[in-house]
Design a protein around this ligand. Structure first.
Ligand code: AMP
Length: 181
């Protein structure tokens, strides 16, 4: 019997309660990534709508977005662009401040990473409040990118991130939802 992608995801994503602090359930995708079939099927499903359309770059958010994004870029014959935390990229950067649960942080990409009008897909493992992804979309648009979609393995719908991205006219794709935080 073949399991559905939903079943595969639900059985391979590990949930760790009270990590990194009390009240949070951390959705750990290392167990999904370590399962050859689950990893392959997740990447296949994320890229599926874009097979055959021209995508210039996949942009991944540090750090788990790099793993998914590298695999997606390979499959789409696209380039990969890392979006990193402040101070990690060696060349000239553009940066944007974004909101975290407590306070703000900054993310950056290389100034010469893409050209205006290029078609990009953004990816991260999970969307929660959407603060990180909204920051990344704004950064990409500031560079002139055409953000074709934002993709996540996991959505925490109660935290409303998806709606924030959709309010910015971004197409959002997620593979599985979990209740709560
Ligand atoms: P947010 O900006 O609130 O949408 O948070 C998304 C970012 O924080 C992503 O890079 C996620 O990897 C990480 N994150 C937030 N909540 C969780 C969670 N419950 N489990 C795992 N990662 C999370």
């Amino acid at each position: 019997m073949h399991s559905t992608l939903q079943e595969t995801l639900l059985s391979t994503i590990r949930s760790i309660t009270d990590y990194p602090k009390p009240g949070i359930v951390f959705r750990d995708i290392t167990t999904l990534l370590g399962n050859a079939r689950a990893f392959r099927r997740s990447v296949d499903e994320l890229v599926h709508p874009y097979a055959g359309s021209k995508i210039d770059h996949v942009t991944g958010i540090e750090a788990r977005g790099f793993i998914l994004g590298g695999a997606m870029a390979h499959q789409l014959s696209a380039g990969f662009i890392p979006i990193r935390k402040k101070g990690k990229l060696p060349h000239d950067t553009v940066s944007i401040a974004y909101s975290l649960e407590y306070g703000i942080d900054e993310m950056e990409m290389h100034k010469d990473a893409l050209k205006p009008g290029e078609r990009v897909i953004l990816v991260d493992d999970l969307i929660a409040t959407g603060g990180t992804a909204v920051g990344a979309v704004k950064l990409l648009r500031q560079m002139g990118a055409d953000v074709v979609a934002a993709c996540f393995v996991i959505d925490l719908p109660e935290l409303g991130g998806r709606r924030k991205l959709e309010a910015l006219d971004v197409t959002v794709r997620t593979l599985v939802e979990f209740e709560g935080h």
